[in-house]
Design a protein around this ligand. Structure first.
Ligand code: NAD
Length: 297
């Protein structure tokens, strides 16, 4: 789609840097976020600010979204003043984690407007969004995947999951369950070590050279828990949403998810205690409080 502006709705922790990468690559952008402050850095770099999702879709054939919850994705896509009402849009590429149910529902509704839905959830956090090192998993018709490769490739490594809407979401939910489970169980192991008198940095170094290493020991603990900053960049409310969607999907498919259900409860406690806007590394604080220790080093 040469010389066409791209649309981008949802310019938060992930969407902001991803939209910035599109500008870096020379694309024209038309942007919308319900929080005008989120648009400001992109507008300062030449992006055009629209007044609604519909206005974005009046100007761009390809619109990307990075929005917090399934309800918001649905409202932005097919609600009043939504993308489906736009005159120009042909493809909606959704980078959010929405779950397969929403993906299928929105894809069907958009189909009635001759708009192609592409689910393209991403993994790799704010650092990956900034550096273009995300894992981007797509489900859509194969030909659409091939047409989108040059643009989606700006965000990181692409994976084609299949043609059915929502398949990529299933992969993403499985991944995020594992990330949250690793965080919860690493908190337990480290709290035990600290209570026994071990320096948590020494314990993390040993685990990272051993069979227990995982994304929490390699990344989240050294970066956000040991220094006590709890600022990894992923909200507790969003992680809770992802694991809830994951357990629901598993139940719908008739697959028991016992450990997953416990991870969901750990996030429910963290969400209740520290609030949905807190960083999800606050799971460790819940375990610290129960254990009566702090995991700092
Ligand atoms: P965020 O809350 O930082 O950003 C969401 C943005 O959407 C905000 O700027 C908000 O103002 C905007 N928004 C909310 N409602 C809107 C509406 N009705 N219309 C237009 N804009 C609206 O969230 P995030 O961390 O950037 O996450 C975005 C999505 O990416 C979520 O689905 C999340 O699960 C997923 N995700 C996040 C991470 C991460 O590490 N943060 C990693 C992978 C995937």
């Amino acid at each position: 789609m040469p010389n066409q502006p791209l649309g981008f709705v949802g310019l938060g922790r992930m969407g902001g840097p991803m939209a910035g990468r599109l500008l870096d690559a020379g694309h024209e952008l038309v942007v919308f976020d319900s929080n005008p402050e989120a648009c400001a850095p992109l507008v300062a770099r030449g992006a055009r600010q629209a007044g609604s999702p519909r206005e974005v879709a009046d100007l761009a054939e390809l619109v990307l979204t990075s929005l917090p919850t399934p309800d918001i994705v649905q409202a932005v896509a097919i609600g009043p003043e939504g993308l489906a009402e736009g005159s120009r849009i042909k493809i909606l590429l959704d980078l959010s984690t929405t779950g397969p149910g929403t993906a299928a529902r929105v894809a069907a509704a958009l189909g009635e407007h001759d708009i192609q839905w592409v689910d393209a959830p991403v993994s790799g956090g704010v650092a990956g969004a900034t550096n273009g090192t995300l894992a981007v998993m797509l489900s859509c018709p194969r030909a659409t995947f091939e047409a989108l490769e040059p643009i989606a490739g700006i965000f990181g490594k692409l994976f084609f999951v299949g043609e059915k809407p929502g398949l990529a979401q299933v992969v993403k939910l499985g991944n995020n369950l594992l990330a949250a489970a690793a965080l919860a169980v690493t908190s337990e192991a480290l709290a035990m070590g600290v209570k026994a008198g071990i320096d948590p940095r020494v314990m993390i170094d040993i685990i990272n050279a051993s069979s227990g290493r995982n994304s929490a020991t390699q990344d989240k603990f050294p970066r956000s828990v040991l220094p006590g900053t709890f600022d990894f960049g992923f909200a507790t409310g969003l992680s809770y949403k992802d694991v809830r969607l994951c357990v629901d999907e598993s139940e719908a498919l008739g697959v028991p998810m016992i450990v997953g259900a416990i991870v969901r409860q750990m996030l429910a406690v963290t969400n209740a205690k520290y609030g949905p806007a807190s960083d999800f590394t606050c799971i460790a604080k819940v375990v610290e409080e129960w254990a009566g220790v702090e995991i700092r080093g």
